[in-house]
Design a protein around this ligand. Structure first.
Ligand SMILES: Cc1ncc(C[n+]2csc(CCOP(=O)(O)OP(=O)(O)O)c2C)c(N)n1
Ligand SMILES: [Mg+2]
Length: 553
């Protein structure tokens, strides 16, 4: 039966967890998965957006495709947010979607959506399996596509009657992804360009990383005091305590780090696309020819030369490049060392918590967490100004320990935390969420409780969609509209789910409450009541408005 062939095929690919919301369109697949229930955990989520985000986070954490299964139409459209994140974040993922029976296709049958067309913009490949005997072929291709080159999401649409068809087929073996590697000549050229550079900077980001690749790159940087920055939400690619680490490019970056990028005469960009958020709206590097000499290393050939014309484009996976880099002879340069030390001092100064209005300083809270959590703790977040406080004041140490959507999707943190605790039950997992962000997938707290996944959520409650309010104050001061929130009692809501819940109003209350949450023996939520004035680490709400008014007068 198709459903059984598919379930067996997923097992053969090494799948050990599937995130989904059941639908009548794939009963036969659920039946197939019943036989594999000892190997493949089925995590029943409360909304397909949660399920798809969990699968995406699983892909980020393991480097293997996260698998999500949902029903057609409404299930598929709900799941699309996770697909979009997987696409923008280059995360391997497979979405299985139940579909109407083959005999009814294209009549706009009940809940019918053409999944191939719908997902075409946000998947590497989307296909419909019309013949059960070809399931192994489609599955094999799906895993190869998701993992190869620039990784990403793949969609397989499954007509329900196909899943009931009988066929005698063999499972396809586990996919072995093909990853490009640099040539020896390219590596010599990297060394030559570095030797000739006075102000080099390495920038790490994108996907395809591993602890080993991080070690190789760190070692290389360390041997020659090379400054290393990371891109938006890729802060765990290097130990933030390392003397060569000079900070992250992203939303609300250290202005001095921006200057460092602009002032560099050589950028070695490893794995990153250098997108809009990382470059402050494409301001750091000229398009199409950057002023800085550019070595651009990326696993997707199509990404090289797409926006920036590199002096040395290298089509390579991060792992292969990092390994080759570790074999290059170091280059000694005192001038690099001085520059790196200065940039490092600037990073450390930027991390000092500023004075913020109100009784609860979120910066102090993050610094406290950074101090007390073990180096392998995993921090997740979605989108909102609160996240930039997290990015600025937390120090990451090990890879992988950061799960954030570079797609900027709200509602990511909670499901990502569920996936993190499932993949690494022994690690501590903390989700940072805004009051807006949490409500987008807060229902997955029920999933955490159901599976005993003892994560901690910090809900930063400022009573508004703060990011948008900030933009309103900047662009349309005194014309605030549609951004205020009347919130539930978050701590009580957590308790209603069966989790631990507490409300914190003062910085000094946090350390004890956090310890209580860590020891709660169940999922926990701490609501942090922050002053709406404390909008950004750099300026209060009123200061942002006053500046805008001054400009418009
Ligand atoms: C799914 C989704 N919808 C809308 C947005 C636009 N958006 C970006 S940040 C934001 C507000 C987030 O509010 P909250 O979680 O309370 O965080 P805050 O900015 O207040 O810290 C909105 C609406 C988005 N990024 N993602
Ligand atoms: Mg908010």
């Amino acid at each position: 039966m198709g459903g059984k062939i598919l379930a067996d095929g997923l097992k053969a690919q090494g799948v050990d967890a599937i995130f989904g919301v059941p639908g009548e369109s794939f009963l036969a697949l659920l039946d197939g998965l019943y036989d594999q229930r000892d190997t493949i955990r089925f995590i029943t989520c409360r909304q397909e957006g949660g399920a798809a985000n969990m699968a995406e986070a699983y892909g980020k954490l393991t480097g293997r495709p996260g698998v999500c299964v949902v029903t057609r139409g409404p299930g598929a459209t709900n799941a699309s947010v996770g697909l979009h994140t997987a696409f923008q974040d280059s995360t391997p993922m497979i979405l299985l979607v139940g579909q109407v029976g083959r005999e009814m296709l294209d009549r706009e049958a009940f809940q019918e959506v053409n999944h191939q067309i719908f997902f075409s913009e946000m998947s590497k490949w989307s296909a419909e399996i019309k013949d059960a005997s070809r399931i192994p072929e489609y599955l094999s291709h799906a895993f190869h596509v998701a993992l190869s080159g620039r990784p990403g999401p793949v969609v397989l649409s499954l007509p329900e009657d196909m899943l009931r068809d009988v066929a005698a087929v063999e499972d396809a073996p586990r996919a072995i992804p093909v990853q490009p590697a640099p040539t020896m000549e390219q590596m010599s050229e990297v060394r030559e360009m570095l030797k000739n550079a006075e102000r080099p900077l390495m920038i790490l980001g994108g996907s395809g990383w591993s602890p080993e690749a991080c070690r190789f790159i760190t070692h290389f940087a360390e041997q020659q005091d090379l400054p290393v920055a990371v891109t938006f939400r890729c802060q765990d690619r290097m130990d933030n305590d390392h003397s060569c680490y000079v900070g992250d490019l992203g939303i609300g970056p250290n202005p001095e780090l921006h200057l460092l990028v602009k002032d560099s005469d050589l950028l070695i960009v490893v794995g990153a696309r250098m997108g809009e958020m990382t470059t402050g709206g494409y301001q750091l590097m000229d398009i199409p020819v950057p002023r800085q000499k550019l070595v651009h290393v990326h696993s997707g050939a199509e990404e090289l030369g797409r926006v920036y014309r590199a002096d040395l484009p290298i089509n390579s996976s991060v792992s292969n490049f990092a390994r080759m880099l570790s074999k290059l002879d170091p280059i000694a340069s005192d001038s690099w060392k001085t520059r790196t030390e200065k940039a490092r001092r600037s990073y450390e100064t930027f991390q000092e918590p500023p004075q913020a209005p109100g009784d609860l300083s979120f910066a102090e809270v993050v610094c406290h967490m950074s101090k007390v959590l073990p180096s392998d703790a995993i921090i997740t977040n979605g989108a909102g100004i609160y996240s930039s406080w997290g990015h600025r004041f937390y120090r990451f140490h090990e890879y992988p320990s950061q799960l954030g959507p570079t797609s900027g999707a709200m509602g990511y943190g909670m499901p990502a935390a569920v996936a993190a605790k499932l993949v690494y039950p022994e690690r501590e997992v903390v989700c940072l969420a805004g009051d807006g962000c949490f409500m987008m997938n807060g229902q997955e707290m029920a999933t955490a409780v159901q599976y005993g996944l003892n994560l901690i959520v910090l809900v930063v409650n400022n009573g508004m969609l703060g990011t948008i309010r900030m933009h309103q104050e900047k662009s349309y001061p005194e014309r605030v509209h549609g951004t205020a929130l009347k919130n539930p009692d978050f701590a009580a809501l957590a308790r209603a789910y069966g989790a631990f819940g507490a409300r914190i109003e003062k910085t000094a209350e946090f350390p004890d409450a956090f310890e209580e949450a860590r020891k709660a023996g169940k999922p926990a939520l701490l609501e942090l009541v922050v002053d709406p004035q404390a909008l950004t680490p750099n300026a209060s709400l009123s200061e942002i408005r006053e500046n805008a008014l001054k400009k418009s007068n």
